[in-house]
Design a protein around this ligand. Structure first.
Ligand SMILES: Cc1ncc(C[n+]2csc(CCOP(=O)(O)OP(=O)(O)O)c2C)c(N)n1
Ligand SMILES: [Mg+2]
Length: 740
């Protein structure tokens, strides 16, 4: 008998039978009226324990996958008991007991059955539909979390932030009660992660400024992260003095103490709207996960010391001492639940698994939701909001102003839209795109965030959970990388792992790409979007001009609002202020603002400029601008080209693109992003597969970062290089060449 789970199991029964129970911890005492609740908590703890044990057996039989247990952390059941099931809870992976206990608060729940289905990766698993072993439940307001530690903390801050905000903005799809509290739990080692630190900092910063934030952060301190020990006293030393965070501590082995501390935390968060850090000490039993051999990094004595502190023994001792239960009562609860879990497990493993790729992928794209029809902003509202700008609505403008106006109209039309980003407030953003919005809509809807991209996206995810419609801004494309996990690991996976039950629709505006004159270097002129393009389910939009930007932003907002999509809206910085295309003062890159109600540019619709059939130039962003110039130059050489503006980079508008180039003799792909990993690779493949006979070439940026100064565009496609590549593709004469 080597498995530590068996050892702990036998020890529990034997010690209970002998009455060899740990002494009372000396922590806070339960109130008289809590006896029944403590017994219920004990049952939840026992249930979670047996779920762990049977999951291990199932895994050994090849019937369960990825077991990471809650054993030792069962004190979380007492935390759950202090909150309402309507309080959103973003849970640590060791919170089985929390989930079981919360299920007691809602009629009709079957947590054992549900969790076993998840362990068995059954398609009937009610939370992930068989996609992962996650703790979660729609009915219990527990969104599933990915296994990336700490990545759920920024959105928990956002969810807490959304609660008072939603009281003001009253979004149509609001999910949380007026006085809800957001909860998030995590391990002690996770506290060190920069994502966690960022979330604590944001929570503290927010409270320090006096902004309400009903949030409880629960640190489950078992003293170790996989094999790396947390220095004794570290959590308290590093957290307890942080400004804005109310620090509380409790003994997670003592459910009376934990319940009392959790209630205190709940009261501070709910009544005073202050963030609380609840530090719960506990133990970890059976090692980190299924196959972990603890003795590689812990002494036998340490392992046994943790086991001797089995929380179930502590709870049994407490119940016997204070709640009138006998040893026999505790033992019979333990054995009865064991038998129940064993029986349910045998049934759960029989349930169907996910079939083919289509079933797996069914929740990558969230379901559509009903959204109240809107008549658009009223005339009076518009006049008030646009103010002096209204005079210019009929004169052509550059992209920065057109995007600003589109945002204005969208914010007038949809009260639930909230902007969030660095310097987007009174300054109006680095490029003035959000100018006057702060003044027009106030600081609640135009949030000047602190300087942390993870916070910006996490905040937005949390807002979206509560029905608000965030439009976060990342100041420069290169800085998305500081937070890409919030997009890739969090926002994009939520629908997938929750079988479409939880969503976080948003439109992330990012200023990016190259060609800025006299400014930048590689961070302000980053030219790769590979990291966005390959995320399943995410829409990537990239307008090339102001008119398209308006019409695509409206479509992006619709995709988020009605289809719950996560959209990245990439704005080419270099075109923000561009007015002219061919010659000075020609004004060809300015456009009259298309009023609300004009048909939007739908997802998958491409733009076509010109009718030339010799060559189709397929491009996007700045490439459209340069290709239009090259188109002009090529015409002078007798080459009739058309420029096809992709507009949408992910998913690629394949059908529309093939149609737009169907009668072209050749195709030149102009891609301003770095050759490796650029959209040109996908486009070359598309044409090779769809039209193998077609002559196709590409003109891309070099695999280089962008330098400063005069050489700023040296590695990028240019008007001249595009024309040259076109001529080379078509043959020296530049004349149309018949296909053989
Ligand atoms: C960002 C990230 N890095 C690494 C891992 C791998 N990993 C999973 S759990 C874990 C340790 C977490 O320890 P702690 O926060 O103390 O939680 P515990 O498992 O002890 O409850 C690590 C390193 C991960 N999941 N996510
Ligand atoms: Mg730990």
């Amino acid at each position: 008998m080597n498995d530590r789970a068996d050892i702990v199991h036998e020890a529990f029964r034997a010690r209970l039978a002998r009455g060899d129970l740990p002494a009372a911890s000396g922590g806070r005492k339960a109130e008289g009226g809590d006896r029944h609740l403590l017994a219920e908590i004990f049952r939840s703890q026992v249930t979670s324990r047996h779920l762990d044990r049977h999951a291990r057996t199932l895994q050994a039989r090849g019937e369960a996958f990825y077991t990471i247990g809650s054993s030792g952390h069962e004190g979380t059941a007492a935390v759950a008991a202090a909150f309402r099931p309507s309080d959103p809870a973003f849970l640590h992976y060791r919170d089985g007991a929390f989930l079981v206990q919360r299920a007691q608060q809602v009629p009709g729940q079957t947590p054992v059955w549900d969790m076993l289905l998840s362990f068995a990766a059954s398609a009937e698993d009610p939370i992930s539909g068989g996609r992962h072993k996650v703790l979660g439940s729609k009915a219990l307001n527990v969104p599933p979390q990915t296994s990336t530690i700490a990545s759920h903390l920024p959105k928990a801050v956002g969810a807490a932030f959304s609660i008072p905000l939603a009281n003001t903005l009253k979004p149509e799809h609001r999910a949380y009660a007026r006085d809800a509290v957001a909860l998030a739990s995590f391990g002690d080692a996770s506290v060190n992660h920069s994502t966690a630190q960022g979330a604590f900092n944001t929570a503290g910063w927010t409270a320090y400024r006096g902004t309400p934030l009903p949030l409880v952060l629960v640190c489950e301190d078992n003293g170790i992260g996989i094999s790396t020990k947390t220095p004794g006293g570290w959590i308290e030393a590093s957290i307890s003095g942080r400004p804005g965070l109310h620090y509380l501590t409790c003994n997670g082995l003592d459910i009376a103490d934990t319940l009392a501390a959790a209630r205190e935390a709940e009261a501070i968060a709910r009544r005073r709207k202050r963030p609380v850090f609840l530090h719960m000490t506990c133990v970890r039993l059976y090692g980190h996960a299924g196959s972990d051999m603890q003795t590689a990094y812990m002494t036998q004595k340490e392992v046994e010391a943790a086991e001797a502190n089995d929380p179930l023994l502590h709870s049994a001792g407490l119940l016997i001492e204070t709640a009138g239960l006998s040893k026999e009562d505790c033992l019979s609860i333990y054995d009865e639940v064991d038998a129940q879990v064993a029986a349910v497990a045998e049934e759960a493993i029989q349930r169907p698994k996910l079939g083919g790729a289509a079933e797996v992928m069914a929740s990558l794209i969230p379901p559509r939701r009903g959204a109240a029809p809107s008549n658009g902003p009223s005339k009076a509202e518009r006049e008030a909001a646009f103010g002096i700008d209204a005079r210019n609505l009929d004169t052509p403008q550059h992209m920065a102003r057109l995007v600003n106006w589109a945002l204005t109209d969208l914010m007038l039309e949809h009260r639930e839209i909230v902007l969030a980003g660095e310097d987007i407030g009174p300054k109006g953003g680095v490029y003035n795109v959000t100018a006057k919005l702060h003044e027009r809509f106030g600081p609640a809807r135009v949030i000047n965030t602190l300087l942390d991209e993870q916070t910006i996206l996490g905040l937005s995810i949390g807002l979206a959970h509560n029905g608000l419609l965030p439009i976060p801004e990342i100041q420069f494309l290169a800085y998305l990388h500081n937070a890409e996990d919030q997009l890739r690991g969090e926002a994009a996976t939520l629908s997938f792992f929750s079988n479409g039950q939880f969503t976080n629709p948003m439109v992330i505006r990012i200023a990016g790409l190259g060609y800025q004159r006299g400014f930048g270097g590689h961070f302000h002129n980053d030219n790769s979007v590979a990291v966005i393009r390959d995320i399943p389910g995410v829409v990537l939009a990239c307008p090339s001009n102001g008119r398209d930007a308006v019409l695509m932003l409206r479509e992006s907002l619709r995709l988020a609002r009605e289809e719950q999509r996560v959209v990245v809206f990439l704005e080419p910085i270099a075109r923000y202020m561009t007015r002219d295309l061919m010659a000075e003062k020609d004004g060809l890159w300015t456009f009259v603002y298309p009023p609300p109600g004009d048909p939007a540019i739908g997802l998958g619709e491409v733009g076509v400029h010109g009718e030339g059939r010799d060559l189709g130039i397929v491009t996007y962003g700045n490439g459209v601008f340069l290709s239009r110039q090259a188109q002009h130059d090529l015409a002078a050489k007798g080459v009739a080209a058309r420029v096809v503006d992709l507009r949408w980079l992910a998913p690629l508008p394949e059908a529309a693109l093939l149609e737009a180039t169907a009668d072209c003799d050749a195709v030149l792909i102009v891609d301003e992003c770095r050759r490796t990993g650029s959209q040109s690779e996908a486009l070359m493949t598309l044409f090779a597969e769809a039209r193998p006979e077609l002559r196709v070439a590409r003109e891309t940026a070099e695999d280089s970062f962008i330098p400063l100064g005069r050489a700023a565009t040296a590695t990028l496609p240019s008007r001249e290089s595009i024309a040259e590549a076109a001529v080379a593709l078509l043959g020296r004469s530049g004349k149309r060449r018949k296909l053989s």
